[in-house]
Design a protein around this ligand. Structure first.
Ligand SMILES: [Zn+2]
Ligand SMILES: [Zn+2]
Length: 135
């Protein structure tokens, strides 16, 4: 999941894990929408399911506010530095991280910017290792 539902002052709010925005607007919560990324999280989830099943996608159609592809984690612009990627990785679930990692490995096999992919694969591995540590 690329979002989380919180309670803010007794009302539900939606946090976009891809950019960090928290919205208390009822419409955003109901439609799992991020107005900053301009993406519906339920649509992102479906896209990620298809990607995990071997489907293809156009990264530009899934561009988030942080200039990262919501499906595969590919960098698409100036806001998608490694620091931003690390902040996003810290928010995502283990399943989401595994999917991003698999997409990066695929990218790497296809010859896309090995340095870029290696940096992020390493960062995801560190994050996953941290989650496994007790406490
Ligand atoms: Zn967002
Ligand atoms: Zn992509």
């Amino acid at each position: 999941m690329t979002y989380r539902i919180h309670t803010v002052a007794g009302r539900p709010a939606i946090e976009c894990l891809l950019c960090g925005r928290i919205s208390e607007l009822a419409g955003d919560v109901a439609h799992t929408y991020c107005s900053r990324c301009k993406l519906f999280h339920d649509v992102v989830a479906e896209g990620r399911r298809l990607l995990a099943a071997g489907g293809t996608h156009e990264c530009d159609e899934w561009k988030t506010y942080r200039d990262m592809c919501a499906l595969c984690g590919h960098a698409l612009g100036p806001r998608a530095g490694l620091e931003e990627a690390l902040a996003i990785y810290r928010r995502l679930s283990v399943d989401d991280l595994r999917l991003f990692r698999a997409a990066l490995v695929l990218d790497r096999q296809n010859g896309a910017a090995p340095g870029f992919c290696d940096d992020r694969i390493l960062a995801i591995d560190r994050e996953l290792a941290g989650r496994r540590r007790p406490g």
